[in-house]
Design a protein around this ligand. Structure first.
Ligand code: BJ8
Length: 429
């Protein structure tokens, strides 16, 4: 029997003014869920122990690190989108913490205020804050929202009542004038971060931060290309988990651990030590992000006998496919290069967004997948509509394609299971 257990610290949660009576039920539930989905897997890489520990300490150790940073005058900023330039927070010595919600538990809380027919990720995150059910939300200086989709940008107006919420204007086109606007937004963001520390970010600090985040993104690139090996040395569930932890762990520590895992996977590949036999059907997932602890689709797909070999998502390759060149650049030039890097993120909120379609096809080919499942959170209109073009592109390339729209509730699990099993059967023929 595993001794894995998500830790509790009621004193810490009381200090954070959480709903402790309700929240203390969460660690046992997460312990069970995690054990069932992750620890039940056979032949996991040994280096996954670090990531298991990150989950064990998710409501205690990491929260304490955030509070310690704040006490030391460092900015601790909550974010909801990979557009928020974390290099700036890192340069100021701060912590960038992803706050997207991936749990059904707080959706009913949010629905007391928000309309029901909006994205579950927005409802889940908002519900976490208003119900006092998220220690991360309680430990940030402020949160940074963005104007990507309607559900998010209108929710920030309401969220601001509960936690200071700044909003960045993300352009929806990628013309030169849009890029200039975005650069100005990045500069405003830098100022907001500097206000907390009282210090201007220096050129050296910015360069070091870019290097740190580049190293993090490169470690994830390395990991993702290793998992493309057939047979796969790591499961899709574990890969999704690592990509989720990337949004709240310390970047330097995380990078080291990802690289240690990569070393292990390289050795596994040489020994032909895999998580599933070579004949296992290989599936790539694209679409909307899967925030912690949204493991629903991965659990269904891998529970149905396939292995997931790539996630084209913001909690996936969209987060780490691009890095920033800093060679000899001045602070101003670095900000411009940073802006250019972020403008390469191919979120479906942009129009046109054909680069994303090309990117999905390129990743599909690189991953050795045999079928693509496009995942769309319910009521996410931009990804849902973009699936039309993606389907067309897949048809043209002869790629088996299936679109899935779902939320966090368990209600559609049976139906999804049936569809996924039929899809796996189709690609295995
Ligand atoms: S860059 S994908 S992290 S916006 S799924 S809340 S779009 S209705 S999460 Fe996203 Fe930034 Fe884009 Fe990435 Fe709205 Fe759609 Fe929900 Fe979404």
């Amino acid at each position: 029997m595993s001794d894995f257990s998500v830790k509790a610290d009621e004193q810490l949660w009381t200090e954070l003014q959480m709903d402790v009576e309700r929240f203390k039920n969460v660690p046992p539930v997460l312990t069970k869920l995690y054990s069932d989905i992750f620890l039940s897997q056979k032949n996991r890489p040994a280096e996954m122990t670090y990531f298991d520990n990150m989950i064990e300490n998710i409501y205690t150790g990491r929260i304490q690190e955030m509070l310690d940073a704040r006490k030391a005058g460092k900015p601790v900023i909550g974010t909801f989108c990979v557009y928020v330039p974390e290099e700036i927070i890192q340069a100021a010595g701060g912590l960038c913490i992803g706050l997207c919600g991936g749990s059904q538990a707080t959706v009913p809380d949010a629905e007391k205020i928000l309309p029901r027919n909006i994205c579950p990720m927005v409802k889940s995150a908002f519900g976490f804050k208003i119900s006092g059910m998220c220690p991360f939300f309680q430990a940030v200086d402020f949160v940074y929202g963005e104007t990507t989709c309607d559900a998010k940008k209108k929710t920030w107006e309401l969220l601001d009542k509960y936690v200071p919420t700044h909003v960045m204007e993300i352009p929806q086109l990628k013309r030169e004038r849009d890029k200039r606007l975005w650069l100005e937004e990045v500069k405003d963001f830098k100022q907001a971060v500097e206000k907390i520390t009282g210090n201007e970010i220096s050129e050296d600090e910015l360069r070091a931060a870019v290097d740190t985040l580049n190293a993090k993104r490169k470690s994830l690139q390395r990991l993702n290309s290793l998992r493309h090996n057939n047979p796969s040395p790591i499961s899709g569930r574990d890969m999704l988990l690592i990509q989720q932890i990337a949004f709240y762990d310390d970047p330097v520590r995380f990078t080291d651990k990802v690289n240690e895992l990569c070393d292990e996977l390289e050795a596994r590949i040489k020994e032909n030590n895999a998580v599933a036999p070579k004949e296992t059907p290989r599936i790539m997932v694209s679409g909307t992000p899967m925030a912690l602890p949204n493991w629903k689709l991965h659990n269904i797909i891998e529970g149905s006998g396939a292995v997931i070999v790539n996630e084209e998502s913001c909690i996936g390759t969209r987060y780490y496919k691009d890095t920033i060149e800093t060679n000899g650049a001045s602070a101003e030039e670095m900000l411009e290069k940073l802006t250019e890097r972020y403008m390469k993120i191919d979120c479906s909120c942009f129009t046109p967004n054909d680069d994303r379609i090309d990117q999905v096809i390129a990743e599909y080919k690189a991953s050795g997948a045999q079928g693509l499942i496009d995942y769309c959170l319910q009521f996410c209109h931009t990804y849902n509509i973009e699936a039309v073009k993606l389907r067309e592109a897949c048809e043209k390339e002869g790629i088996p394609f299936m679109a899935i729209e779902s939320d966090y509730s368990p209600e559609d699990v049976g139906q999804l299971q049936t569809r996924v099993e039929a899809f796996i059967e189709q690609i295995s023929e």
